[in-house]
Design a protein around this ligand. Structure first.
Ligand SMILES: NC(=O)c1ccc[n+]([C@@H]2O[C@H](COP(=O)([O-])OP(=O)(O)OC[C@H]3O[C@@H](n4cnc5c(N)ncnc54)[C@H](OP(=O)(O)O)[C@@H]3O)[C@@H](O)[C@H]2O)c1
Length: 435
């Protein structure tokens, strides 16, 4: 008789939240009970579920499981694992802290909270000799946190690139595929359920920045918080940029980039142009991917479906299984092994840029602009000039340059009377020049 059938060795769970992810976790645990029992020798029993309003009828889980009082879960000595799927900072932070204080293990999908308070929570878990796991907080069903914490310990990682926001990747893919304008591609993403009614955090890059703070912390064993990650979103990417990029054999992606420069760390999120043959260039639609580079591993890419209710639930259940299978704190909570890296300034990073400029269509304009760039040691790799009515458009790609020099040159270019639009550069990544 299997453990599931005998009911031997039950692990009691308190579920916080029964929304998109919480309800999928509940169902997955019921559906996969036999497989989980075979893998762990234990039966997972969801004993209580916290929601705001217990009078609302819920599907699947029996009404008797629901409570609106967190104390019912915290004070239940049978419950050894608390699964937080409420989201946001409070009361999630308070609930997780209280659970860890009591020595309960915690599983969470809460990227906002981890990107701001992760270090504190890891330390607390360590002090209380328990675990906090959060595979579901980054990249949906892709087991990237597990790979970083267990498989990459000796990889001597130097950079982590992530396409970690499915909404923006879907929008950019549709813009490239159909030639649609940004607003139309966003509306299409909302219609098909790939974007929230309020997609602000996705399109302005904040969601990706929170995930990159978590990934960078895990990859480089140092505390990186959301405020350390500068981000630029995709709102300003135009159909014209997409079409020029295609002509240059480049693809635009919203990239998270975390890199070590001389043992200093730099983490940012920005739209970047990738050569067509770069492994990340082919990650399309709502898919996510994380591309790791390290001295002992060369390059590794993990890709798969991004966050969705079921994918996220699968990552949550995998964390519960890990907790049951391994009762001791993992490498992750061992923050004694972490280090304090300094941050490498954005201005010092060497990048390659693409720039589209609307200019007066008159003789000598290109020479004037090239002169300003030359004065700042910024050299042009290629330029396309195209007439557009009374104006002309210059599409320029530059050789790698220190970002401070490029920004200074751009400020001067923006002041030239012949320049009709504010220049918006896009970085070109993966062209072999990177440090
Ligand atoms: N949805 C996804 O695809 C996805 C993907 C990756 C990560 N995540 C993360 O997963 C977590 C949950 O997301 P979700 O989409 O499942 O959220 P959701 O659908 O909005 O569900 C939230 C649940 O939490 C409950 N809740 C909210 N505030 C509460 C409070 N103060 N006290 C008690 N219960 C409270 C709600 O109760 P009521 O039902 O009574 O309102 C609801 O059941 C978030 O951290 C999110 O970032 C979600």
């Amino acid at each position: 008789m299997s453990a599931a059938e005998s009911g031997a060795n039950k692990i009691f769970i308190g579920l916080l939240g029964y929304g998109t992810v919480g309800s999928n976790v509940y169902n997955l645990i019921q559906d996969q009970a036999v497989e989980i029992a075979q893998a762990t020798g234990a039966t997972i029993v969801i004993k209580k579920i916290l929601v705001r309003d217990i009078t609302v009828p819920r599907q699947d889980a029996p009404a008797g499981l629901f409570t609106d009082n967190f104390g019912d879960i915290l004070d239940d000595a049978d419950i050894t694992v608390v699964v937080e799927l409420i989201g946001g900072i409070e009361p999630a932070f308070d609930y997780i802290t209280s659970a860890l204080e009591k020595g309960k293990a915690v599983v969470t999908a809460n990227k906002q909270l981890l990107s701001q308070q992760g270090f504190y929570l890891f330390r607390l878990a360590r002090e209380k000799e328990t675990q906090i796991r959060f595979e579901a907080s980054v990249a949906g069903a892709i087991p990237v946190i597990r790979v970083l914490r267990e498989s990459m310990v000796a990889a001597d990682l130097t950079s982590v690139y992530g396409i970690v926001n499915g909404t923006t990747n879907y929008i950019l893919t549709e813009m490239r595929r159909t030639g649609a304008k940004y607003q139309d591609a966003l509306a299409n993403a909302q219609e098909w359920g790939y974007a929230e009614a309020d997609p602000t955090e996705d399109i302005n890059g904040n969601d990706a920045a929170a995930k990159m703070a978590i990934l960078a912390s895990m990859a480089f064993h140092t505390a990186v918080v959301l405020d350390d990650v500068a981000c630029i979103g995709i709102e300003h990417i135009s159909a014209l940029d997409i079409s020029y990029a295609r002509n240059l054999d480049l693809t635009i992606k919203l990239l998270g980039v975390a890199k070590l420069y001389d043992n200093k760390i730099n983490v940012r999120v920005y739209p970047a142009l990738l050569k067509k043959d770069h492994p990340l260039a082919s990650v399309s639609g709502a898919y996510n991917a994380v591309f790791l580079k390290g001295n002992s591993i060369d390059e590794i890419m993990l890709s798969g479906p991004g966050a969705g209710g079921m994918e996220t639930a699968s990552a949550v259940v995998s964390d519960i299984v890990s907790i049951i299978a391994r009762g001791t704190p993992g490498v992750l909570e061992d923050i004694a092994a972490w280090r304090e890296l300094e941050f490498f300034p954005d201005d010092e990073v060497v990048s390659k840029f693409y720039l589209r400029l609307e200019v007066e269509d008159e003789p000598g304009v290109l020479a004037t602009i090239a002169q300003v760039f030359g004065d700042h040691d910024v050299s042009v790799e290629s330029v396309i000039q195209q007439g557009r009515g009374a104006h002309a458009e210059l599409v320029m790609v530059f050789h790698p340059v220190k970002e401070a020099s490029f920004r200074e040159a751009l400020e001067k270019i923006g002041e030239l009377p012949v320049v009709k639009s504010i220049p918006r550069p896009i970085r070109v990544e993966g062209d072999g020049y990177e440090q």
